[in-house]
Design a protein around this ligand. Structure first.
Ligand SMILES: Cc1ncc(COP(=O)(O)O)c(C=O)c1O
Length: 424
C-alpha cells in the first residue's frame, strides 16, 4: 500500500470517527443551545429558495412572505398568551434584553434608577454596568443560598425614580425560577416598567401575558429548537416603546431592518411545537432530570444540588462535586461524547467561578466543582443511563488526584474568603 493510500485510509477513519462522535453525542447542554427540530428546518427552507420576496414589498410575491411573518407572530403570541401585535422579532435574547432596557429608559427620561439581580445573564448585567457609567443608578438584588430573591429587598429598593425592573424568569445556570408575578405586583405598585428575560423559561413554563404583570418579555429561538440568531420581544400594548435599532419602518417602526424571514418562520414553527409539547415534554424531562440528579447525589459522596429544589426549571440540574474542578469533569465526560456545561467557566473561557454560584454564597469547593446538565424533549432514558454509568468513576478518579482535600481545611477557608469577598 502506498503512503497516499495510507493517508486516504487515515482520512476515512477520522471521518467515520467524527460522524460516530456526532451521532453518538449525548447532548445534555440544552440551556446553551438546542438542536433545531427537523420540522422547523422543513418549514424555513422554502424561504431561502422559493419565497425569497421582501415581506414589505407591495407585490403578491412579497405579500405572501409578509403573510408568513404574520403567521409566525401569531404562533409566538400563542405560546405567550399574547396578541400578535405585541410581538417584535429580534436577533435573539441579547438584542431583546438590550432593546427592552433601552426602550424603558428612553420612554421615561426623567427616571434614572434600574433594579435587576446579581444573577442575570451578561446580556442584562453588562448593559446595566455600562448604564451606570452614563448616570444611571442600578440596584443589583442579592440571592440566598438557593438562588432565591428576598422580595422585601425588592420592595425597599423601589422608588419613584425607578424606571425599570429587569429580572430573569429562570436562571440559565441553576434553573431557579423567580416568583415573577409576585415581583410584578410590587413593581406595578411603584409605577416602574417590568421586563422579564424569559429566554430559559419559555417553552418550559406555561405563560399567559393576558393575566400577567409583565410589560416586556424576551425570548430566544435557539433555546427552543429554532436556529440561532432569531428571537422575539413581547411588548404589552400601551407600553411606550422606543426602538433601539433605527432605520426603515419595519415591524411598525419598533425594530428596523428587513426581517430575517427564514428565521422568523422557524421561530413561529418552533413556538407552535413548544406549545404542542409543553405539558408532556416538561413532565418527561422532569422525571429524567430527577432520576439523574437523585442517582448522582445518592451514589456519589460529597456532592449537592445548587439552586432552589422546588422552584426550578424541569430540565436543569446543577450539581457541585466537592474537591474537584468542574472543567475536569467536563473533559472526562467529553471523552465519552457527553456534552454538559460547567457552572464555573464564564463565556470568555476564563476559569473564574460563576457569578451566579458566587452570588449564592456557595463554598469554594462547590463553586469550582459544579456542572450543569440540561435536558430537552429529545433526551432519552438510555442517555441518562450512560451518564450515570460513567460519573461515579470520573469523580472518584479526579478526587484521587485532587489537592483540595478536606484535610487541607486552613487553605480552603482562605480561598473561600478570597472568592466570596470579590465583586457582587
Ligand atoms: C437567560 C438568558 N438570557 C439571554 C441569553 C442570550 O440569548 P442569545 O444567545 O439568543 O443572545 C441567554 C443565552 O444563553 C440566556 O440564557
Amino acid at each position: 500500500m502506498t503512503s497516499h493510500n495510507h493517508f486516504d485510509k487515515f482520512l476515512i477513519l477520522i471521518k467515520v470517527r467524527l460522524e460516530a462522535m456526532h451521532k453518538d453525542c449525548i447532548y445534555l447542554d440544552n440551556n446553551a443551545t438546542t438542536k433545531v427540530d427537523p420540522a422547523v428546518v422543513e418549514a424555513m427552507l422554502p424561504y431561502f429558495s422559493d419565497y425569497y420576496g421582501n415581506p414589505s414589498s407591495m407585490h403578491t410575491f412579497g405579500g405572501q412572505v409578509g403573510k408568513a411573518v404574520r403567521l409566525a407572530q401569531q404562533q409566538v403570541a400563542a405560546l405567550l398568551g399574547a396578541d400578535e401585535s405585541e410581538i417584535i422579532f429580534t436577533s435573539g435574547g441579547t438584542e431583546g434584553d438590550n432593546a427592552a432596557i433601552r426602550a424603558a429608559l428612553l420612554a421615561q427620561p426623567e427616571k434614572r434608577h434600574i433594579i435587576t439581580t446579581q444573577v442575570e445573564h451578561p446580556a442584562v448585567l453588562n448593559l446595566c454596568q455600562q448604564l451606570e457609567t452614563q448616570g444611571y443608578s442600578v440596584t443589583y438584588l442579592s440571592v440566598n443560598r438557593q438562588g432565591q430573591l428576598d422580595l422585601n429587598e425588592l420592595e425597599a429598593s423601589l422608588t419613584g425614580n425607578t424606571a425599570l425592573v429587569t429580572i430573569m424568569y429562570a436562571n440559565n445556570e441553576t434553573g431557579t425560577v423567580f416568583p415573577i408575578e409576585q415581583i410584578g405586583l410590587r413593581v406595578k405598585e411603584s409605577g416602574a416598567l417590568f421586563h422579564v428575560d424569559a429566554v430559559q423559561a419559555v417553552g418550559k413554563i406555561p405563560m399567559n401575558m393576558k393575566t400577567s404583570t409583565i410589560d416586556m418579555l424576551t425570548l430566544s429561538g435557539h433555546k427552543i429548537h429554532a436556529p440561532k440568531g432569531i428571537g422575539a420581544l413581547y411588548v404589552r400594548r400601551g407600553v411606550r416603546f422606543r426602538p433601539m435599532i433605527i432605520g426603515g419602518g419595519q415591524q411598525r417602526g419598533r425594530r428596523a431592518g428587513t426581517e430575517n424571514v427564514a428565521g422568523v418562520v422557524a421561530l413561529g414553527k418552533a413556538a407552535e411545537l413548544e406549545l404542542l409539547h409543553l405539558e408532556e415534554a416538561t413532565a418527561r424531562e422532569r422525571r429524567l432530570r430527577d432520576r439523574l440528579e437523585q442517582t448522582l447525589i445518592t451514589t456519589i459522596p460529597d456532592c449537592e444540588v445548587n439552586g432552589d429544589p422546588t422552584q426550578r426549571l424541569p430540565n436543569t440540574t446543577n450539581i457541585g462535586f466537592k474537591y474537584i474542578e468542574g472543567e475536569a469533569i467536563l473533559l472526562h465526560l467529553n471523552k465519552h461524547n457527553i456534552c454538559a456545561s460547567s457552572g464555573s467557566a464564564c463565556s470568555s473561557g476564563s476559569l473564574e467561578p460563576s457569578h451566579v454560584l458566587r452570588a449564592m454564597g456557595l463554598p469554594y469547593t462547590i463553586l469550582h466543582g459544579s456542572i450543569r446538565f440540561s435536558l430537552c424533549r429529545y433526551t432519552t432514558e438510555a442517555e441518562i443511563d450512560a451518564v450515570l454509568a460513567v460519573m461515579p468513576s470520573i469523580v472518584e478518579r479526579l478526587r484521587a488526584l485532587s489537592p483540595f482535600k478536606s484535610d487541607n481545611a486552613g487553605w480552603l477557608q482562605q480561598q473561600e474568603k478570597a472568592v466570596l469577598g470579590v465583586g457582587r
